[in-house]
Design a protein around this ligand. Structure first.
Ligand code: FPP
Ligand code: MG
Length: 300
């Protein structure tokens, strides 16, 4: 079965678990809205790809890990779009959850998704009792304090922040959970897989910063210009568009080089390359470099 089919089926099962007639219908609707239809599902795909590279001998556990990580990601986007953070009206090309269901239900939908993520993992306690405790730690660390996505978001409330610390926590941590967790679910040592998540997470955030400055909101399915408007740390602002593009390419190369020697290494390198092209398509990069060159000529 294709990885994306595994992911969608497992996500559907995890969401259906909380949807009997006793659940408040609007809350159930808000939760569904947050998860379906999804985005690229890159974190769960990465998790399953690493699990496969490590033998994937416990597919129920790797599925649960991939699902937990994606549910946490969806929860973080629901909260990120709230008026107290980015106040974004759109996400994935349609209304954000708070826009469609109101702020109280958006807060609650995010809360419920966090709980469902850990419940999905907890359901593996009987058949994978030895691997589960370490996995729970990996996933929990990627979300909480001091270095998870919650801490990453909190850096936006501090007067000073290092761009790297901010990006590592806000975005990188869940990518690390995807790579390290994928390895752990397959019974492998997670340590050699952390670097891949760290590089990819940083590359993803730099691409997001570039697109926030340069992309078309219609194509992106969410507002652009948020980083400048909200005074947020951004690689595109700090390094300029040309510098951010160069940095992105370097991060992708580092991600590829960090893949540990294993049976699935070539396949994983292909995944990294196709993700790089999806994040910053060659045509977009060329158009941006032309824009940078034109503005340099005008300035000089
Ligand atoms: C998108 O960033 C947001 C994140 C990567 C994380 C946000 C985290 C929280 C709101 C903390 C709460 C966490 C949970 C698990 C509920 P962005 O605004 O740069 O990207 P965008 O353009 O996609 O909105
Ligand atoms: Mg946002």
């Amino acid at each position: 079965m294709k990885a994306i089919t595994r992911i969608e089926q497992s996500l559907a099962a995890a969401i259906a678990l909380g949807e009997d007639s006793s659940c408040p219908p609007k809350l159930a609707g808000a939760i569904r809205h947050a998860v379906f239809p999804g985005g690229a599902r890159i974190r769960p795909q990465l998790c399953l790809a690493v699990a496969q590279a490590c033998g994937d001998d416990d597919p129920l556990l790797s599925d649960a890990t991939a699902v937990a990580i994606e549910l946490l990601h969806c929860a973080s986007l629901v909260h990120d779009d709230l008026p107290c953070f980015d106040d974004a009206p759109t996400r994935r090309g349609r209304a954000s959850v708070h826009w469609a269901y109101g702020e109280p239900l958006a807060v609650l939908a995010g809360d419920a998704l966090i709980v469902r993520a850990f419940q999905t993992l907890a359901l593996c306690a009987v058949h994978s009792p030895l691997r589960l405790p370490g996995l729970l730690q990996t996933v929990a660390r990627s979300v909480g304090t001091p270095n998870g996505i919650v801490a990453g978001q909190a850096w936006e409330s501090e007067p000073r922040v290092s761009l790297t610390d901010y990006q590592r926590a806000k975005t990188g941590s869940l990518f690390v959970a995807a790579t390290a967790g994928g390895a752990q679910a397959a019974g492998a040592d997670p340590l050699p897989w952390r670097a891949l998540g760290e590089w990819l997470g940083e590359a993803y955030q730099v691409a997001d910063d570039i697109r926030d400055v340069a992309a078309d909101p219609e194509l992106l399915g969410k507002p652009v210009g948020q980083d400048v408007a909200l005074g947020r740390p951004s690689a595109a602002i700090e390094l300029g568009l040309g510098g951010a593009l160069e940095y992105f390419n370097q991060l992708i190369a580092n991600a590829s080089d960090s893949i540990p020697e294993c049976r699935g290494a070539a396949q994983l390198r292909l995944l990294v390359q196709s993700e790089a092209e999806r994040l910053v398509p060659v045509a977009m990069a060329e158009a941006l470099l032309k824009r940078v060159a034109a503005s340099t000529v005008v300035a000089s």
